[in-house]
Design a protein around this ligand. Sequence first.
Ligand code: FAD
Length: 105
Amino acid sequence: PPDVEELGKSTWTFLHSVAAKYPQTPNKEQQGDMKNFINIFSKIYPCTWCADDFKDYLEQNAPKVGSRDELGKWFCEAHNEVNVKLGKEKFDCNLWKKRWKDGWE
Ligand code: FAD
């Protein structure tokens, strides 16, 4: 349904932007907050079947919250998992920061 796509696009924009602003060297509290956020997010994401698959993904792939680059790549890989499931092209995760933080040249 179109609202699942709209919701998805907006949400990925939000999540990748969160990673772009995450500290390069997060302290323990910031790391804990991010883990909690991702965990709560997986329970409240309003597309139920999307959330169920994301929860499974989380169980197999613990969030990497040790630095901005780790988190950005982790979200990129999670997004790629959905891309593959939907038959879309994979995104090159070495380019996540260019896309979501620094902008294309
Ligand atoms: P999107 O996939 O929304 O991507 C938006 C933009 O992000 C792209 O234009 C590109 O510039 C960039 N981008 C693409 N891939 C990456 C990447 N790997 N890393 C960084 N940037 C990237 N839809 C379903 O139909 N079924 C599902 O089960 C499902 N599960 C989802 C789970 C989650 C947690 C989320 C947030 C969304 C889910 N969606 C699901 C929605 C789906 O992922 C897309 O958002 C939706 O199909 C719209 O796709 P789009 O082509 O507009 O681009």
